[in-house]
Design a protein around this ligand. Structure first.
Ligand SMILES: [Zn+2]
Length: 147
């Protein structure tokens, strides 16, 4: 587990608590003593995903993870950080407490998250997710970011 402040991986757990599907841990960095909270997945999510063509399928972490890993490729994020981002998005899905979620809504959660983390990853994901038909559209979105 990386320290968000100094990026070292020596941390100690101060407190650990079970929440729905997640274990919440209070950690302290042994290097700089920064304290932070992590949520680690304890079991896979069971939820149905409503797809654009109106069929449903079982939620699969791997599908979500693939798009996010692709968007973050060669960006300054470690493997651990990327997994933590995926965990965080899953937690957001769980908090909704629904049995079924439209794939569009999952896509929106990912774009929102990437937007606050990394502009390049955000645009990459958006370009695939919204299937930009033209370079023009992509440029419009990129310009919106700079405002
Ligand atoms: Zn630290």
């Amino acid at each position: 587990m990386l320290c968000p402040a100094c990026k070292r991986s020596d941390t100690k757990v101060l407190d650990s608590r079970d929440e729905d599907h997640f274990v919440r841990r209070r950690r302290e960095c042994l290097q700089c003593h920064y304290r932070f909270t992590t949520y680690e997945r304890s079991e896979p999510i069971k939820i149905q995903v409503l797809k654009r063509n109106n069929t449903t399928e079982e939620y699969q972490r791997e599908k979500l993870a693939r798009g996010i890993r692709l968007a973050l490729e060669k960006r300054p994020f470690s493997k651990d950080q990327i997994e933590a981002i995926i965990d965080e998005i899953e937690r957001t899905i769980l908090v909704l407490n629904v049995k079924r979620i439209p794939s569009r809504q999952i896509g929106d959660l990912v774009t929102d998250k990437l937007k606050e983390l990394d502009e390049v990853a955000y645009l990459r994901f958006l370009s695939v997710y919204k299937s930009f038909g033209s370079a023009k559209k992509f440029q419009t979105e990129a310009e919106k970011l700079n405002k």
